[in-house]
Design a protein around this ligand. Structure first.
Ligand SMILES: [Zn+2]
Ligand SMILES: [Zn+2]
Length: 122
């Protein structure tokens, strides 16, 4: 699976089947992505990133990777985990992936409802 930011300066490629596809409704994703952030993760070693990602330390536990030119929010990385999440919306072509769950639903905006019947976690 290959992906890129809007301007194309950052590209990424996965070397394993991504897991844990989710839609995150948390405040940090809302503020960075302008809304829900859909992602999946692979082991660190299975994601190759090309280009100079700007890492934003949004909390003590995780950092968020964006393109410094176009601002695309592409990656989320917990400091104490050996996996990295990438934005499904940045994938070029079909992902072949289905979202499994919604997370941080308690933080979601009031301007939409979740109606797909998938698991919702606060
Ligand atoms: Zn870009
Ligand atoms: Zn989030």
């Amino acid at each position: 699976m290959k992906g890129s930011c809007l301007c194309g300066d950052i590209t990424f490629e996965t070397a394993a089947k991504p897991e844990g596809a989710s839609m995150c409704h948390c405040r940090q994703c809302r503020k960075m992505a302008g809304g829900v952030w859909a992602s999946a993760y692979v082991a660190d070693r299975d994601l190759t990133i090309t280009g100079a990602v700007s890492w934003f330390e949004a909390s003590d536990t995780a950092k968020r990777g964006i393109c410094p030119k176009c601002g695309a929010f592409l990656f989320w990385k917990a400091h104490d985990e050996d996996t990295i999440s990438f934005a499904l919306g940045a994938v070029d072509g079909p992902t072949g992936i289905k979202i499994e769950k919604h997370i941080f639903v308690a933080d979601k905006g009031d301007f939409y409802e979740i109606a797909d019947g998938l698991t919702q976690k606060d």
